[in-house]
Ligand binder design. Structure first.
Ligand code: GLN
Length: 561
């Protein structure tokens, strides 16, 4: 068969059972890390069963953060984990949804490609899924890990599981491996770990014609040998293919836990890959050492409107973990609902103990006054400030209103008829009608001015960062801002769009139109986050900080009087 001739990579599929949120993405990333550290070339891709073409149009409350790749794909947040663990960029091909599969098939049907045939789930949809499973099999990778979103047994996952069955059959025993991640709950009243849900979920896979090769068991307690044997017996696997995945202190522990359980060895053995290299995890371990033995604490406020769902800011939170470890300090993130920062008094109450303030990305009207108030508090009190995307736009508006006296300064996103559109829709966005995949997305070059904090931080004059926005700094106001002290220190060389703003008379104040958090990895913590945390650390140790706090106390006392 043609597919077999093309073969060069081996395939590992990761399915999930019993419940969602077991951490398939982390298990897949951890296995990939272990294989990579043995010198193998690995990528991970995620297949999601929902009908949206991509998660770009989904509300963060539904789906958490939308992760953007260099090539401008709006993807699942698990791709962020893949990049952070492997330190390799992912692309559009790494995240495929049911919607995209159907869209491709229907587009071909409309073109007449099926020559009068009835188009069906099997074989047409499953063929398209298999084609997409293999899209990255171009000789670059020894192993391609595919995470199947959702749970086995879901109606919408069926075509993916069926495609796995077919590919396993076509490629043969040693070229595909199915890892099933499941939950072993602990029943307190019985004092026992229970294997029945796992037995059922494996049975469900078997009904679909897929025998899992390895079972990874999420558990709160260690799995004793008798439980492992029971799972092996009922699920038709060898006992050393039952892997314990015990709850970890941090997701970055999981590769080491999986190594201890020999998940990588087992996978290599079953895929018939000879590799006697010891996994080189020295750098990873030294990162973990720094992460777990921090010196000081710094408190950084993340001001956003989706703070009830921390997954909405996943990459920012992870970038702080990397930057904290780099600075050998613990970053304590305070999640602040921007809607609560209604005036200066509330800002003082909420923000005065912080060592740094980050104003988060976002869309729409809700909570923006609070964001503007938070920027002002950081600016006026010399507290290190980082504004990302909408956060940068709010910093520009704050400066225009409170320093330059442009009272009605606004973004046309919130106030389309404002007479002072300091942030306005990009020209090429004005003709856009569709919402999906039409923002300014992906990596763009930015030129950095030499005499700037940004230059100091990056140590170079040309960078590339990822974007996801429709609105932008309005260059009609550029000169006025520069004269008033807010400098544009990073500019896109092709379009002239402002990418970075900063303030000179402030210890650390940076607004960026791009999303630096998307490029922070364990191996390469992002320089902006590293520098921001460093500034917060310095600030926490300064006298000026105690002055802010003291003033706040006096004012609070006066307010009470
Ligand atoms: N809503 C703003 C825009 O579209 C900012 C987007 C963001 O923060 N990602 O330009």
């Amino acid at each position: 068969m043609a597919t077999t001739e093309l073969k060069s990579a081996k395939y590992i599929f990761v399915t999930g059972g019993v419940t969602s949120s077991l951490g398939k993405g982390i298990i897949a990333s951890s296995l990939a890390k272990l294989l990579q550290s043995r010198g193998l070339s690995v990528t991970i891709q995620k297949f999601d069963p929902y009908i949206n073409i991509d998660p770009g149009t989904l509300n963060p409350y539904e789906h958490g953060e939308c992760y953007v790749t260099d090539d401008g794909a709006e993807t699942d947040l698990d791709l962020g984990h893949y990049e952070r663990f492997l330190n390799r960029p992912t692309s559009q091909a790494n995240n495929i949804t049911t919607g995209r599969i159907y869209n491709n098939v229907i587009t071909r049907e409309r073109r007449g490609d099926f020559l009068g045939k009835t188009v069906q789930v099997i074989p047409h949809i499953t063929d398209e899924i298999k084609r997409n499973f293999r899209l990255q099999d171009n000789g670059d990778y020894d192993i391609i890990i595919t995470e199947i979103g959702g749970c086995v047994g879901d109606i919408e996952s069926l075509p993916f599981v069926e495609a796995v069955r077919q590919l396993k059959f076509e490629l043969g025993e040693h070229d595909t491996l199915v890892i099933h991640l499941t939950l072993i709950p602990y029943l307190k009243s019985a004092g026992e770990l229970k294997t029945k849900p796992t037995q059922h979920s494996v049975r469900m896979l078997l009904e679909n014609g897929v025998q899992p090769d390895i079972i990874v068991c999420r558990t709160e307690h260690p799995l004793p040998m008798d439980i492992r044997k029971k799972i092996a017996l009922f699920c038709n696997v060898q006992v050393n293919s039952v892997i314990e995945a015990i709850d970890a202190e941090t997701i970055y522990d999981v590769p080491l836990l999986m190594q201890k359980e020999r998940l990588d060895q087992r996978a290599l053995y079953m895929l018939d890959i000879y590799n006697d290299k010891d996994a080189d995890l020295d750098a990873w371990k030294s990162f973990l050492g720094r992460l777990k033995n921090p010196g000081n604490d710094v408190r950084i406020g993340l001001v956003g409107k989706y703070v009830e769902l921390k997954d909405a800011y996943k990459s920012i939170a992870e970038a702080f973990i990397h930057a904290g470890a780099e600075n050998e300090c613990k970053v304590k993130l305070e999640w602040i609902q921007s809607e609560t920062l209604v005036n200066e008094h509330h800002c003082r109450e909420t923000l005065r103990e912080l060592d740094g303030i980050l104003v988060a990305p976002g869309f729409g009207e809700r909570g923006i006054d609070g964001k503007i108030n938070a920027v002002r508090f950081a600016r006026e009190n010399g507290i290190p400030f980082l504004g990302i995307c909408l956060g940068m736009q709010m910093a520009v508006i704050e400066y225009a209103r409170n320093v330059m006296g442009i009272e009605h300064a606004h973004s046309t996103e919130m106030e389309p008829n404002t007479d002072a559109p300091v942030i306005s829709m990009m020209e090429d966005q004005k003709k856009v009608v569709d919402m999906g995949g039409t923002m300014r997305l992906g990596a763009y070059t930015c030129k950095i001015k030499r005499d700037s904090l940004a230059h100091n931080i990056y140590g170079k004059t040309q960078i590339s960062e990822r974007h996801r926005h429709r609105y932008e700094f309005n260059n009609d106001y550029l000169n006025a801002f520069e004269r008033a002290g807010l400098r544009a220190t990073g500019i896109n060389p092709d379009t002239g769009l402002v990418e970075i703003v900063e303030l000179n008379n402030h210890p650390w104040y940076v607004g960026v139109q791009f999303h630096p958090e998307l490029k922070s990895t364990v191996k390469q913590p992002h320089p902006l986050f590293v520098s921001f945390v460093k500034a917060a650390l310095t600030y926490s140790q300064q006298e000026r900080r105690s002055e802010v706090v003291q003033t706040a106390h006096v004012e609070a006392a006066e307010a009470v009087d």
